[in-house]
Design a binder for this molecule. Structure first.
Ligand code: IPE
Ligand code: IPE
Ligand code: MG
Length: 264
């Protein structure tokens, strides 16, 4: 094992056993995460929900670094949905404040690991001070190559699709009969980002909650009961192993059926 990975998954640990079972040649290129359960984590400890978000921020750093070291190319983190504005004002304020406060140390982590930040979601709704800091970190890390960390902020899958339609209409000149999926996808906020191969949702909820609706047409879904602040390297490895056990068919028949068919 390479030294930098040994540090992360030390020999003799459960993480190391899981890591040994991974096929490095079949890792998902893009992992998307619905980081859910911060509130329940805090409640279970008799704490304010904000404490759950603080603990969740630490998990973000841990998983970002682990994903980069494993060789994942794109990591998208759903951090604030277009529906999360419905929450109490104080919680919404704390979430954006926490994000802004963490961006300084995030920049250090991104730079140290050669990671690039990209933000998706409606920027015009993001509070000014947070947006300014986000755009600063995006600009400073734009040249980094090892992995792209995509923060989904004020993001909604439906809004993303509507915005893409608006862009197309505003550009004009598109012949409706010539509009194809590729042309449309290039107007989404995820333009240039491959579709997620794996979606991880923590806290056991079996729903998409308006995340990457267009992009997840053929994404493999891994739901774990673990609450986001408790989600660590071990859980990431478990999700990757679950992914490697899937057969992705994309509407075709399975490989076994196909090969049997070719023999007849
Ligand atoms: C996820 O945790 C963080 C955000 C949505 C910002 P929640 O805050 O949704 O936690 P639960 O689902 O209430 O436990
Ligand atoms: C999804 O979680 C959004 C984020 C993780 C940012 P929610 O907690 O908002 O989802 P619902 O309301 O349970 O569907
Ligand atoms: Mg939730």
């Amino acid at each position: 094992m390479e030294k930098h990975l040994e540090e992360f998954f030390p020999p003799g640990t459960a993480e190391n056993d899981l890591f040994a079972r991974l096929d490095p040649g079949r890792l998902p290129r893009h992992v998307a995460v619905i980081m859910d359960g911060n509130g329940r984590w805090a409640k279970g400890r008799g704490l304010d929900r904000v404490e759950g978000h603080k603990a969740g921020a630490a998990a973000v750093k841990e998983i970002t670094e682990a994903a980069a070291r494993l060789g994942i190319g794109w990591l998208t983190l759903f951090a604030f949905s277009s529906e999360n504005w419905k929450r109490p004002r104080a919680e919404v304020g704390s979430l954006w404040r926490l994000l802004r406060l963490h961006l300084g140390s995030d920049l250090e982590l991104l730079t140290r690991n050669d990671l690039r930040l990209r933000v998706i979601g409606r920027r015009d709704g993001i509070p000014g001070p947070a947006l300014k800091e986000l755009e600063r970190v995006e600009a400073l890390t734009a040249g980094n190559r090892r992995m792209t960390v995509v923060f989904a902020l004020n993001y909604g899958g439906r809004a993303d699709i509507v915005d893409a339609a608006r862009r197309l209409l505003a550009e004009g000149g598109v012949d409706p009969s010539r509009l194809d999926e590729e042309t449309f996808a290039a107007r989404l906020s995820t333009a240039g980002i491959p579709d997620p191969d794996l979606l991880i949702r923590t806290s056991g909820e079996m729903r998409l909650s308006n995340f990457l609706l267009w992009q997840m047409a053929y994404t493999e879904i891994h739901v774990t009961p673990v609450l986001w602040p408790d989600f660590g390297r071990r859980h990431l490895l478990e999700a990757l192993l679950d992914f490697q056990g899937r057969e992705r068919r994309f509407g075709d028949v399975g490989a076994a059926v196909k090969h049997a068919g070719q023999r007849t």
